[in-house]
Ligand binder design. Structure first.
Ligand code: DC
Length: 300
């Protein structure tokens, strides 16, 4: 959505059209049937309404007209410039997004860390990763902060630095499970949008360009063949002292790809106007350079 929505109807049409025209996802699962696409649009629209109503309530705005005004407000922050980067696990998003944010002097938003934080906090409180209602309440009220110090970005939940803990393989699995619930996504979405509205942001995740920041000024979809992604993840795990067998990593990645891209709410999908970059044969610096050129061309 490059322009500003005149009303909520336009907003719906524009969000809907993106979901109706999914581009190719390489090796990811089959395209949706028209019925599935309709259902998904409806669920995504419901999710938008939950979020917009919630924001209106928090701002004490009457809902009539409020949703449209809020959608407009969110898309027209004068000095905000969001770069949205999406793609499957292991495509090099984090490295590229961090590198791009550093190069441009932008804030880095790691949205996956929020879902990981939710899964971590649920485990801490003995809330099952299958209990959508309880998870929704938890994430809605969770005290999550990003703390940039010592040249690294730390994530602090309830005052505890969980940056390391949330990278554990079981939390990856939990994050994938909890992120499938609309309640959890609604609980974390307002927070992500507040960060996006705060200035110049590189936001990385699965639905940055499709749902969270449909108005992002530049959108990228990073991908690579799954064997390459699993190979990278295996190396990363070994480097961080948690070695795992390649076949296990590959199988877990296939499962997460499947779940992330077929879930009913905000599935992993390339935004219609996102630029796809296959990172298999590119160095992280080359990926960052490509994206930086495009961002600069667009005035970022
Ligand atoms: O990017 P990551 O591996 O840290 O993400 C962890 C999980 O969170 C992943 O399985 C999908 C989910 N996620 C999501 O649903 N939406 C996002 N914007 C980011 C991550």
């Amino acid at each position: 959505m490059d322009g500003n929505s005149a009303d909520a109807g336009d907003y719906r049409a524009q969000v809907g059209s993106r979901f109706r025209n999914p581009p190719s996802l390489g090796r990811l699962p089959r395209p949706r049937t028209p019925n599935e696409a309709e259902d998904e649009d409806q669920r995504n629209w419901n999710l938008h309404n939950i979020i917009l109503s919630d924001c209106c309530r928090r701002l004490s705005w009457p809902l009539s007209g409020g949703a449209a005004s809020l959608a407009r407000l969110m898309s027209t922050q004068a000095d905000s410039f969001v770069v949205a980067i999406d793609g499957p696990a292991g495509a090099g998003k984090s490295t590229a997004a961090r590198g791009l944010a550093r190069r441009l002097g932008y804030t880095f938003l790691d949205s996956g860390a929020l879902y990981r934080a939710g899964a971590w906090a649920a485990r801490r409180r003995d809330i099952a990763w299958s209990d959508g209602r309880a998870l929704g309440q938890l994430t809605y009220n969770l005290d999550i902060r990003f703390d940039n110090r010592d040249g690294a970005s730390h994530i602090v939940v309830d005052g505890e630095d969980v940056s390391e803990e949330i990278r554990r393989p079981e939390i990856s699995e939990g994050a994938s499970q909890v992120s499938a619930f609309a309640e959890v996504r609604a609980g974390l979405l307002a927070l992500q949008r507040r960060i996006g509205a705060s200035g110049r942001v590189v936001a990385e995740g699965r639905d940055m360009g499709t749902v969270v920041f449909p108005d992002a000024r530049a959108k990228f979809f990073l991908t690579a063949p799954i064997e390459e992604r699993a190979r990278r993840r295996t190396l990363e795990l070994a480097a961080s002292g948690r070695p795992q067998n390649f076949d296990v990593v590959l199988a877990e990645m296939q499962l997460r790809d499947q779940r992330d891209s077929t879930r009913a709410i905000a599935p992993l999908r390339r935004a219609e106007n996102a630029i796809e970059i296959d990172t298999a044969d590119l160095s992280p610096d080359e990926v960052v350079a490509r994206m930086a050129t495009i961002v600069r061309e667009r005035g970022g």
